[in-house]
Design a protein around this ligand. Structure first.
Ligand code: IPE
Ligand code: IPE
Ligand code: MG
Length: 252
C-alpha cells in the first residue's frame, strides 16, 4: 500500500458519513415510550401501542423516500413476555392487524419485510401473517423493513453459539475457523449490514438487549420524544445529527 493510500483511507470514511446526499444505509430504532404517551393522556397502554404503529408506518415511508436500505425496529423483546397477559395479548393482536394492513402499502412502495427473533414464540396467527407478508414481499428491492420480535441480543448470540457448536460437533466446522465473519453469519441478521444509526425514543440511555453484537460501531441518537410522537421530521433531525458525526472505527 502506498503512503498516499494510508493518508486517504480515514478521510474517505469521514467524507462518506458527512455526505448529506447519502442517508445511513441501515437505521435501527428502539421504539420506546408508548406506555408513557398513553399515561399522559389518561388512556390504557394499548392506545399508546396503537399510536406507535402509525409512527412505524410514517418512519418506514420516510426511510423509503430518503433512500435508506434497511430499517430494523425493536417491536417486542424477549423480556417483554414478562408484561401483563392483557398487554401481551393486545400487542400480538395489533401485530397481526398491522402486518395485514401494511401489506398492500409495502407492495406499492417496493418494501421487503423481514423478521428477527425467536419467532416460534409468537402466537400461530402472528407467525402465519408474518410468513405470508415475508413471502409476498420477498422480491421487493427499495427498503428492507426488519421487525425484531421476541428478540434480544443475548438470545440471538446464544442461538448463534448453539448453531456453531452443533456444526462443530457434527464435524462440519473447525472451532479454530470461528472468527467475527463466521459468527456474524450465524446470527439472525446474517443477511443485513450492521446499523449505521441507532435511534432510541423516550430518553432512555440503554440498549435494552437490542442488537448487542451489531451495534459495536453504530452512531447512537437518543431523543426525548415518545415513540407515538416521533415522525418524519424527527427522523430527518436524527439523520442530520448522524451526518455531523465522524466515524473513526478505532482509526485516527
Ligand atoms: C415500547 O413502549 C413498546 C414495547 C416495548 C412493546 P413501552 O410499552 O415500553 O412504553 P413505556 O416505556 O412504558 O413508556
Ligand atoms: C425496549 O423497550 C424493547 C422495545 C422497544 C421493544 P423496553 O421498554 O422493554 O425497555 P426497558 O424495560 O425500558 O429497558
Ligand atoms: Mg419502555
Amino acid at each position: 500500500m502506498s503512503k498516499d493510500t494510508v493518508v486517504l483511507a480515514p478521510c474517505v470514511s469521514f467524507v462518506l458519513n458527512s455526505d448529506v446526499s447519502k442517508p445511513p444505509r441501515h437505521i435501527a430504532i428502539i421504539m420506546d415510550g408508548n406506555g408513557r404517551w398513553a399515561r399522559e393522556r389518561g388512556l390504557p397502554r394499548i392506545k399508546g401501542h396503537e399510536q406507535g404503529a402509525h409512527s412505524v408506518r410514517a418512519v418506514t415511508e420516510a426511510c423509503a423516500e430518503l433512500g435508506v436500505k434497511f430499517l430494523t425496529v425493536y417491536a417486542f423483546s424477549t423480556e417483554n413476555w414478562k408484561r401483563p397477559r392483557e398487554e401481551i395479548g393486545a400487542l400480538m393482536a395489533l401485530l397481526e392487524q398491522f402486518i395485514a394492513q401494511e401489506l398492500p402499502g409495502l407492495m406499492e412502495n417496493n418494501i421487503r419485510l423481514q423478521a428477527i427473533g425467536r419467532l416460534a414464540d409468537l402466537p400461530n396467527n402472528c407467525q402465519r401473517a408474518l410468513t405470508n407478508a415475508i413471502e409476498t414481499t420477498a422480491g421487493n428491492t427499495a427498503l428492507t423493513l426488519i421487525l425484531a420480535l421476541s428478540y434480544s441480543g443475548r438470545s440471538e448470540i446464544i442461538d448463534a453459539v448453539r448453531t456453531l457448536c452443533c456444526e462443530a460437533v457434527a464435524g462440519r466446522l473447525d472451532p479454530e475457523k470461528v472468527d467475527a465473519a463466521r459468527f456474524s453469519a450465524a446470527l439472525y441478521t446474517r443477511d443485513f449490514p450492521d446499523p449505521d444509526l441507532l435511534i432510541r425514543t423516550s430518553g432512555e440511555m440503554r440498549l435494552s438487549n437490542f442488537l448487542l453484537w451489531q451495534l459495536s460501531y453504530t452512531e447512537i441518537y437518543v431523543t426525548e420524544k415518545l415513540w407515538p410522537d416521533f415522525g418524519k421530521d424527527d427522523l430527518r433531525d436524527a439523520i442530520a445529527a448522524y451526518h455531523k458525526r465522524e466515524r473513526r472505527f478505532g482509526g485516527v
